[in-house]
Design a protein around this ligand. Sequence first.
Ligand code: GUN
Ligand code: ZN
Length: 434
Amino acid sequence: MTGPVALRGPALRLRHDPFLQGPEDALESHPDALVVMEGGRITAFADHASERAAHPPDMPVTHHPHRLIVAGFVDAHVHYPQVGMIGAYGETLLSWLRRYTFPEEARFADPAVARRAADLFLAEMLRAGTTTAAVYCTVHAHSVEALFAAAQPLGLRLIAGKVLMDRNAPDELLDGPDLGIPESEALIARWHGRGRLAYAVTPRFAPSCTPEQLAAAGRLWRGHPGTYLQTHLAETREECDWVRDLFGRDTLDAYAEAGLVGPRAVFGHAIHLDERDWGALHAGGCGVAHCPSSNLFLGSGAFPLFTARRADRPVRVGIGSDVGAGTSLSALRTLGDGYKVAVSSGARLTAAHGLWLATRGGAEALHLADRIGDLAVGMEADLVVLDPAATPLLARRVERSEDDADRLFAMMTLGDERCVRETWVAGRRVHGGA
Ligand code: GUN
Ligand code: ZN
């Protein structure tokens, strides 16, 4: 094993949950921190002046005096096969799926197409500073193979699974009479728990699954403790009406009936819900991925973030890029869109809220907050070095910034991949640097 390495520079973490305890004192700013990493974990995090002498004088230290070190970003909902069709023009969800998404995913019948997309996706993810993601593949088992095989050598923490569909999609994308269960089982056996990889049972959404397939997915998930369940929930009103026609009940009730509501279930979108649903998501320990850029792009609706996180029954919420309905893999850009969605409903998303959603909130949604999402001793060493002056406009904007909160907010508004100078995964630099 190699010895310790360190990053030095301004660092920012969260003292507490800004949604539950208020944003005012939530950000903890370290003007000159030393973050020491060894064996894939953070082994020291303190002010450089007091900490440096405790470590070997020859320990490699990369100094970033004008940057900002934060925990790596968590993307709680993204479709890697859609990287090649991001920004497809002019549709709402259901016609966008039919017209652009299904034909693109059908191309993944060719394993070479999957491998190429996986490589691009992972490289872009690291360029965006994302170190953990919950990823949808296609119905093809080899699409999962391609992603996990490419992610493993990078040491990335990735949750992914084969999409399950047995109706309302083109024939070549439908699971057969075995409902896609044996293929999913084989993938779990091969990949779940290998290094930092985890499997997610992935019924696409209620309209593309029969009640039998949803129930089989529920049995599979419950039969393999530690695996995840990911699907879409109440993204558009049209979809909700369709589910009511197909299942005779609201979407979350259909999922609950199939045994899909519980800890490690991660629901994308969750826009058109009622109070009973929020209570069920809270009680179930479910995660929700707020995907603002996607919701704006498809006109799906405004996620009621502060309702979801209401202090008396907070639901676990992270952010999702939802590429390719989302228009960027960048957590910073996604948060910029999240700010605009919040403000349009009369709420305010501070820098503290934003950092929470992109790091600790995502970790909580994925039940990984004991390992990732924070800059603290014992955490896995997934880190991002941000440059608040990455572009001429940002440089000008932050000239008179007085604190890290303002610099971070400027990056949420004006920044993107260009702000990500370095990405570290399990104590190794995997993007940027010399
Ligand atoms: N609902 C079902 N499938 C999808 C998808 O691929 N993207 C989005 N945004 N919503 C979906
Ligand atoms: Zn999605």
